[in-house]
Ligand binder design. Structure first.
Ligand SMILES: [Zn+2]
Length: 442
C-alpha cells in the first residue's frame, strides 16, 4: 500500500521538523519522574503533565489533567494499598473528530525507572544528549521517546489542518513501572476509544499479547536451636532448619513449572511458556543458630490460557497454593507446621488481542508504509495496554520506537539508555499515518 498525498505531506512535515521532536523528547527526559515506592513524595510528574497539556492545548486539544482519588482504587488488583496521587496527575487530551470516524487513543507512561547507579552513566541521565544518532537519557527508550512521538504526531496533524473524522486522544499516566495504577486511573475516569496504541519501545513490532503476573511471599517455618550441639528429633523438642525445609517448597515449585512446560495448551505463538521463579530469599538470625524461618518471594508468570476472562491470575495462585500444600503434607514437620503464603495485593493481568482487530492491521500497514515493517509479537512482561483492553473496553496494542540494540538486547531500564533518533522520527510517522487511516480524514 502506498501513502496518500495527505499522508505524504504529514510524513514530510515530521521529517522537516525532526529537531523539534528530539527537543520534545529531551524536555520530557529532563523532568524527574522516577518510578516510586508507595510512600515516595511526588517528583516532577505534575510539571511534565502540564508541559504536555499546554502544548496539546495550543494544538487545539481539550485537555484534562486530574489527580485520581485513592478511594476509587481500594481492593483493585493493580493498586498498591496506601498509594496516593497528590502531585501525580494523569493527562487526557482530546482532538475531537469532525465526523463519525473511529476513535483512537495514544497512551504512554511518564514514570521511568531509577537512574542509579548514576555514576556509571556516560552523560547525565536527566540531560538528554544526542551521540552518533542516538538520544541518550533515562526514559528515552522506556518511554518518553514514545510519548514525544505520539504527542508530536498529534501536533503535526493538527498543525497541518488534517482534520480526523474520529476523536484522537493523547493520554499519559503515572505508575506503570510501580504498579499499573496510572493506566487504571484513566480507565476509572472513563477513558475509552475504539482502539488504542501504547507507544512502548517495540521496535516497530505490534504487541498484541502479554503475560499476567503475580508475586507471593512464602514463609517456611523452622525451629531455632544451637547449631553446634546435638539436636534430638523435632518431636522430642529438637531444632528444625527452615532453610532445609524451604527446599521442599522450592522443589514443589520446580515440579509445577516442569508440569506447565509439558502442557501444549500453554504454548503461545508470541509469548514464552509460563514460569515460576524464586526471586528473593532470606533466612536466619545468627550463624550458630538453626534458622527460625525462611522467606521466599516468587514471581509467577502466566500465559493467557491460564488466566481468567479479565486476564487475572487468581486460579493459578490457587494451583500454586495446592502444590505447596501437597508437598508440605508429605513432610512430617511441614504437615504440622505448614508454610504460609501471602500473595501481593497488586498483580497484573495477561493480554490477548485478536490479530483480526482492525487496529492491528492499520498500524502494521502504516509502519510498513513508512519503511519500518514490524512483526506481530508479544511482551513476556506487562504494559498498560492490558488494562485498557481488559478493563476499559479499548483494545490497546503497543507500537513504538526501537528498544533493542542491534544484537538484540533490551535497552529499557539500562545504564546509558537510548533511542535512535531516526527510529523516533519514523515512529511518529507510523503513528500519524495510523491515526489518519484508523480515524479517517474528514
Ligand atoms: Zn514502559
Amino acid at each position: 500500500m502506498a501513502l496518500t498525498d495527505t499522508e505524504r505531506r504529514v510524513v514530510g512535515e515530521i521529517d522537516r521538523r525532526r529537531d523539534e521532536l528530539v527537543k520534545l523528547a529531551s524536555t520530557l527526559i529532563g523532568f524527574d519522574t522516577t518510578a516510586r515506592n508507595p510512600d515516595d513524595p511526588p517528583r516532577q510528574e505534575r510539571q511534565l503533565q502540564e508541559h504536555l497539556g499546554e502544548r496539546l492545548r495550543r494544538a487545539g486539544a481539550e485537555v484534562e489533567i486530574f489527580e485520581p482519588d485513592p478511594a476509587d482504587f481500594v481492593g483493585k488488583p493493580l493498586y498498591q494499598p496506601g498509594m496516593g496521587f497528590e502531585g501525580r496527575p494523569q493527562l487526557v487530551a482530546r482532538f475531537p473528530g469532525a465526523g463519525e470516524g473511529m476513535s483512537l487513543l495514544y497512551n504512554g507512561h511518564i514514570d521511568a525507572v531509577s537512574v542509579e547507579p548514576i555514576e556509571q552513566w556516560t552523560s547525565n541521565p536527566f540531560q538528554a544528549e544526542v551521540r552518533d544518532g542516538n538520544l541518550y537519557g533515562r526514559g528515552s527508550c522506556d518511554m518518553k521517546g514514545g510519548i514525544a512521538a505520539m504527542t508530536f504526531a498529534a501536533e503535526v496533524l493538527a498543525g497541518l489542518g488534517v482534520r480526523l473524522a474520529g476523536d484522537l486522544l493523547v493520554t499519559t499516566n503515572t505508575d506503570e513501572e510501580s504498579s499499573g495504577a496510572g493506566g487504571l486511573a484513566l480507565v476509572l475516569n472513563g477513558i475509552k476509544a475504539d482502539a488504542g496504541i501504547v507507544t512502548e519501545p517495540t521496535g516497530f513490532d505490534v504487541w498484541i499479547s502479554c503475560r499476567g503476573t503475580s508475586y507471593a511471599e512464602i514463609t517456611v517455618p523452622g525451629r531455632p536451636g544451637h547449631a553446634e550441639v546435638y539436636q534430638p528429633h523435632w518431636r522430642e523438642g529438637g531444632a528444625v532448619n527452615a532453610i532445609e525445609k524451604a527446599q521442599v517448597v522450592l522443589d514443589a515449585l520446580k515440579r509445577l513449572r516442569e508440569e506447565w512446560a509439558k502442557r501444549s495448551e500453554f504454548r503461545h505463538p508470541r509469548l514464552s511458556i509460563p514460569d515460576i521463579l524464586p526471586t528473593l530469599i532470606s533466612a536466619g538470625e545468627w550463624a550458630v543458630t538453626y534458622p527460625a524461618e525462611c522467606r521466599i518471594t516468587i514471581a509467577v508468570l502466566c500465559v493467557p490460557a491460564q488466566t481468567d476472562e479479565e486476564g487475572w491470575t487468581f486460579a493459578v495462585e490457587r494451583e500454586v497454593d495446592e502444590w505447596i500444600a501437597r508437598a508440605a503434607a508429605a513432610d512430617p514437620w511441614l504437615a504440622e507446621n505448614p508454610p504460609r503464603i501471602a500473595w501481593w495485593p497488586n498483580r497484573v493481568m495477561s493480554l490477548e488481542i485478536s490479530p483480526e482487530e482492525p487496529v492491528v492491521e492499520v498500524i502494521s500497514q502504516a509502519t510498513a508504509d513508512v519503511g519500518r515493517p514490524g512483526r506481530l509479537s508479544g511482551l513476556d512482561s506487562w504494559y498498560d495496554g492490558a488494562t485498557f483492553t481488559r478493563l476499559g473496553g479499548t483494545p490497546a496494542v503497543a507500537y513504538g520506537p526501537p528498544g533493542f540494540t542491534p544484537d538484540g538486547r533490551s535497552v529499557a531500564h539500562t545504564i546509558d539508555e537510548y533511542v535512535p533518533v531516526d527510529g523516533l522520527v519514523d515512529c511518529a510517522k507510523g503513528l500519524a499515518v495510523a491515526a489518519m487511516r484508523y480515524c479517517g480524514v474528514a
